[in-house]
Design a protein around this ligand. Structure first.
Ligand SMILES: Nc1ncnc2c1ncn2[C@@H]1O[C@H](COP(=O)(O)OP(=O)(O)OP(=O)(O)O)[C@@H](O)[C@H]1O
Ligand SMILES: [Mg+2]
Length: 377
């Protein structure tokens, strides 16, 4: 049976960061109302929401209150626990459910699920205790990347290790945060991501592949079209769809991948929500990842994912914000998105800019000169 949540209804969003804010802005454009739950007062999404609940994510009563005032619930924050999810499903309409959250909250479970769908990942080994280190070292070798199973983002909770003593030292520290995965270092040619959307009514669509340039483990730029062969583009999309189907995902699933010199693709990790590398879709695709997500959870037909123009998106971290604000008068060819965060801490994602052009090289050039010679723009 097709299910439809009509405009006018209230979408409840768990998590009030920039992803929630951009989701809310897309939903409001379509006529929905927004309720948001976030621990911080005046969070980016709360600034544009109709109703806000300021409470911790594990506050069951608060989650129930959100469910009561919402017709459908979604999230931008993926560390929602199973009990909260169960309550949400009981009290409200939570089409995404807990299954995909449960898998993607845990790196090891995530890798096992991906491998189970016959999709390659980098060789890995689990480290639950100090006693597992030797076996993992023998299996994976060096260099390798040691990662916590839970809670990592923007490179937090991981360490690149080049020899036994670095591994021992890093493992001892990181084991304090819980189980670990040791992963072989992948000598990739580039990193890409694919955003796939599955509607609650079973429809699936995928956005153009983004090429992602990281700086200090934080996404710096997304370049679209990615500079990969057509074959790699199609293969990457196929893998993302296979994972979304195999996991029974609803809504948005972002799949991060490494592309090796020989064209082989390894999946790095999944995010069951709109993704930083999909912000380019706001200006450059017929439908943005955020509108697509709203369509998917509300049961509307999915929109077209056609790319309208080559594009480059660059993140604005705290240390760059002042510079951006100084150049505001020169931003004619740069689309600005700021998230309304109060404090511009270093490495904090404060906003992003997007540049469209005839070719991605030209977009990159425009961005480079924007920072170095802003008066030219
Ligand atoms: N096995 C690997 N081989 C090579 N590079 C890697 C590997 N694992 C991670 N990296 C690099 O570190 C970055 C961050 O890794 P990963 O995506 O696992 O971390 P994260 O902290 O969960 O990041 P995110 O903010 O994307 O959630 C990757 O985008 C990649 O550039
Ligand atoms: Mg990542």
């Amino acid at each position: 049976m097709t299910q439809l949540v009509r405009p006018g209804a209230t979408i409840g969003i768990i998590g009030g960061g920039q992803l929630g804010r951009m989701m809310a802005l897309a939903a409001k454009q379509m006529g929905y109302r927004i309720a948001v739950l976030d621990p911080t007062p005046d969070a980016p999404c709360a600034q544009v929401a109709d109703q806000t609940i300021t409470a911790a994510y594990d506050d069951l009563e608060a989650a129930k209150r959100l469910a009561e005032i919402s017709d459908v619930i979604t999230y931008e924050f993926e560390n929602i626990d199973e009990e909260t999810s169960r309550q949400l499903t009981e009290v409200s309409d939570f089409p995404q459910g807990f299954h995909v959250l449960g898998v993607t909250q845990h790196r090891l479970k995530e890798k096992e699920a991906i491998v189970g769908l016959d999709v390659p990942v980098a060789p890995y080994a689990a480290i639950d205790t100090v006693g597992d280190i030797a076996f993992a070292r023998e299996k994976i070798g060096f260099p390798a990347v040691l990662k916590t199973c839970r809670g990592g983002y923007d490179g937090k909770g991981q360490a690149v290790v080049k020899n036994e003593s670095e591994l021992n030292e890093a493992a001892e520290k990181l084991l304090l945060q819980g189980e670990l995965v040791l992963e072989a270092w992948v000598p990739f040619q580039c990193e890409i991501s694919v955003i796939v959307t599955k509607s609650r009514n079973g429809e699936t669509d995928v956005f153009p592949v983004a090429e992602n340039v990281q700086k200090e483990n934080i996404l710096h730029r997304s370049i679209v079209p990615a500079r990969v062969s057509e074959e790699t583009e199609e293969k990457a999309k196929g893998l993302a769809i296979r994972i979304a189907d195999g996991l029974g995902a609803v809504g948005t699933l972002a799949v991060e991948m490494f592309v090796k010199e020989d064209g082989e693709i390894y999946v790095n990790e999944l995010a069951p929500r709109p993704h930083n590398s999909g912000h380019y879709t706001i200006e450059a695709c017929k439908t943005s990842q955020f509108e697509q997500h709203v369509r998917a959870i509300c049961g509307l037909p999915l929109g077209s994912t056609t790319l309208l123009s080559p594009v480059v998106m660059e993140n604005i971290l705290g240390e760059r914000l002042e510079r951006l604000l100084e150049s505001l008068g020169q931003t004619k060819h740069v689309n600005i998105h700021l998230y309304g965060k109060k404090e511009a801490k270093p490495k904090r994602k404060m906003g992003h800019v997007t540049v469209l052009g005839r070719h991605t090289d030209a977009c990159e050039h425009k961005l480079d000169t924007f920072w170095t010679e802003p008066t030219l723009h």
